[in-house]
Design a protein around this ligand. Sequence first.
Ligand SMILES: Nc1ncnc2c1ncn2[C@@H]1O[C@H](COP(=O)(O)OP(=O)(O)O)[C@@H](O)[C@H]1O
Ligand SMILES: [Mg+2]
Length: 316
Amino acid sequence: MSRLRIAVIGGGANSEHDVSVASAASVTAALDPSRYEVLCLTIGRDGVWWDAAGSAVGLGEVVSLLQGCAVVFPAVHGPRGEDGTLAALLDLAGVPYVGSGVRAGALGMDKWTTKLVAEAVGVRTAPGLLVTHTRSIPTDIALPVVVKPVAAGSSHGVTRVDRQDRLPDAIGAALALDDRALVESYISGREIDIAVLACADGRRIVSAPLEIVVADGLFDTARKYDGTADFRVPARLTPDEQTLLEQAALAIFDALGCAGAARIDFFLTDAGLVLNEVNTMPGMTAQSQVPRMFAARGLTYPELLDELVRAAMTAA
Ligand SMILES: Nc1ncnc2c1ncn2[C@@H]1O[C@H](COP(=O)(O)OP(=O)(O)O)[C@@H](O)[C@H]1O
Ligand SMILES: [Mg+2]
């Protein structure tokens, strides 16, 4: 039987470059070599593409290489990757790919539009204000707040602010990564994530929920990657909480028009669920949240990757 030629793309020209390199390496290592022939491509921090031999590849040649593959796995998080940019290139090149298309990627990467869509389908989000300039500091939002770039990831540029005089620096840090920042009410609650997988046969599988237990403060960049993150899978929820979480996750997944696997992050508060954000290309190492959340439902990491590839090829 001939092997399926698949391109795995990692890296990216954004602050999540290293995470994307790790996701792509893990995906590549887990694809069964008797069934898949993998072409590895890495996008540098400067946007230059590299092949596995370490040679730079021009974009025209990249397109030809991708068109020589049956399917592409873009394991690229963050702006100019997960935000629909890569999906657009692959659409134009006519190559099927794993994960969300242009629209869902762009809407999901943008925390402001995600809020608008979520509220429109009845899922609550943190009240927030959009700030586009370091001179326009809001004075009419109750503290504490969380300040973040509208489109970034890995908690880069995310700060909790408890004092009005700290707002300008926090907004400056967020605007250093994006031209829009969100100033959002601080939500006090448990941090619970859940993922949805759209299968090749049209079914959608909801993962086990995962709780991130953060002793104090935010789930910041250091805690995400230093191995100290306390993930509880499955998160302990009542049956009612579980049902509400699954319904909200599916509503968001469908409203954005996601494909592949998306991770949808919530706060569970005394007053119910509040959506935090949507990741249309979540971390994909074997140790990342989404593979662990599906493993807790009996779907192993290689099985999850197989299903993502099958779904991509069926959708094409
Ligand atoms: N409104 C909020 N209230 C409380 N904590 C928040 C809020 N927004 C973000 N956080 C905390 O900051 C972390 C990172 O913020 P998030 O919006 O998820 O950015 P990223 O896309 O970088 O992961 C979250 O995991 C959570 O711990
Ligand atoms: Mg997050």
